[in-house]
Unconditional design. Structure first.
Length: 458
């Protein structure tokens, strides 16, 4: 009898568990099926053109600027991102969708405008008001005139907000800079600005100034509206995520030259001309290989301290992360007309390259990243001694230097102080790379058996 009771109990438990398991499977199937259908419905656009306020506002604004022959192009990262995801979507499916991109409820849509095309804006603003738009202009100083006495305070429009109902058009004004790139300014709210006009902190552009290459545009049909967009959307979105721009410190440079007058000798002028040519050539060579680089050492100090090349430095210094090293980097520089002078270290440790063009040297320092710092190495030829230069971790920003759009460490002061100490503002014409830097430390010796590989003089 006890044996039968246990068997019955086990059978009942098995049947009960099976019934419960079947119920769970049925429930989850129904739940996930309805959830996925809802997600797919949202993706395919459950919004109609007639009911979408954002789409209507965009359409009305585009009609307004078109009537004034003002060319705009779409730079909204959310819309462009969705377009980029769907770029390989089946055409028949795309036609079946009602409204994919512009109809979803959101506070604003972002467009770009080239400043040189912003003419007769007062007439446009007046017509916008007649259509019911509220607008706001946010201006700032023109950095292109910052180094010119008497013009440094000139203001230019940087951002416009045109708001209708509960949707806004954020118009970012781009200006051409001498480095053949486009720049937009930071969105700064002055004291008299109505800070309740919209949620300014949510805007995608304006937290920092930004720098972009001039995009090639093409006309796209987006939810029934003809809109110019960057032809290479993926490239533009990559630029957007690394677009932060820092300006040269023109006022501080002016003060520096008041204390330490600029060297205007023929030798200094000749060196600056050659250094400018060399850094442009280096940028062209590295850009061709898609290798990001930044101004380092004395070249970075010259940009930060005096907005110029240091004439007595006699070389150009750039930094590259070791992860961006390319095997054919030496060959490409030689193709560009530079001569390899030396190669020290190896890819996994303390690599540095030095090239020469005429009588100006280009030093390339490769940086290695640790958990809480970055470093580059140095090698003494006679002894095989290794040196290590420690820097706080940094990210890169764009700047303009010698009519070139180029990167520098965003927190440049910390970078310069690490290398040159707290007295970096005082020129030092006598410099020993093994002992003068504040961040140098000995890092052992190369084994003599490695010297043929790690100490190469050409």
């Amino acid at each position: 009898m006890p044996r039968i009771s246990r068997t019955v109990i086990l059978i009942l438990l098995s049947v009960t568990s099976s019934i419960f398991l079947l119920f769970q499977l049925y429930y989850y199937k129904k739940y996930f099926s309805s959830k996925n259908e809802a997600d797919i419905s949202d993706f395919k656009g459950s919004y109609s053109l007639e009911d979408s306020v954002p789409w209507k506002v965009v359409k009305q604004f585009l009609g307004l600027v078109s009537a004034h022959n003002i060319p705009l192009y779409l730079i909204d990262p959310l819309v462009l991102g969705q377009m980029n995801e769907n770029i390989h979507q089946d055409a028949s499916t795309a036609r079946a969708l009602n409204c994919q991109y512009l109809c979803a409820p959101r506070e604003f849509t972002t467009f770009a405008l080239l400043g040189k095309f912003w003419k007769n804006e007062m007439f446009l603003k007046r017509e916008a008001e007649e259509l019911g738009f509220q607008w706001m202009e946010l201006s700032g100083k023109d950095p292109r005139l910052a180094g010119m006495d008497g013009l440094s305070g000139t203001e230019i429009p940087l951002h416009y907000i045109f708001k209708l109902q509960n949707h806004a058009i954020h118009l970012v004004v781009f200006y051409e800079r001498s480095g053949n790139y486009l720049w937009h300014g930071q969105l700064r709210l002055k004291q008299n600005v109505d800070k309740t006009f919209m949620h300014f902190r949510k805007l995608h552009f304006g937290r920092y100034p930004g720098a972009y290459n001039k995009p090639e545009l093409h006309l796209a049909l987006i939810d029934g509206l003809e809109i110019n967009v960057p032809k290479e959307i993926t490239h533009f979105l990559e630029e957007f995520s690394h677009s932060r721009f820092v300006e040269c410190r023109y006022q501080e440079a002016k003060m520096f030259y008041q204390v330490y007058p600029e060297d205007t000798s023929q030798d200094a002028m000749d060196f600056k001309k050659k250094a400018k040519h060399l850094i442009h050539l280096a940028a062209k060579t590295l850009d061709k290989q898609k290798v990001p680089f930044w101004l380092s050492s004395g070249t970075c100090l010259g940009w930060f301290r005096q907005c110029n090349i240091i004439p007595y430095s006699k070389d150009v210094d750039v930094g590259i992360m070791i992860k961006d090293h390319k095997p054919d980097i030496i060959t490409e520089f030689q193709k560009s007309g530079l001569t390899l002078k030396h190669k020290f270290g190896k890819q996994e440790d303390s690599l540095e390259l030095s090239f020469q063009l005429a009588d100006v040297k280009l030093d390339i320092f490769f940086f290695y990243e640790e958990n809480d710092y970055m470093w580059n190495g140095g090698t003494q030829v006679k002894t095989g001694k290794k040196f290590k230069y420690i820097f706080p971790k940094f990210t890169l920003c764009w700047t303009e230097f010698l009519e070139l759009k180029v990167r520098v460490p965003c927190k440049t002061l910390a970078y310069v102080e690490a290398n040159y100490g707290k007295n970096w503002e005082i020129p030092v014409t006598s410099w020993d790379w093994k002992s003068s830097p504040s961040n140098v430390q000995e890092n052992g010796l190369w084994p003599p058996s490695d010297w043929d590989e790690v100490i190469q003089i050409h």
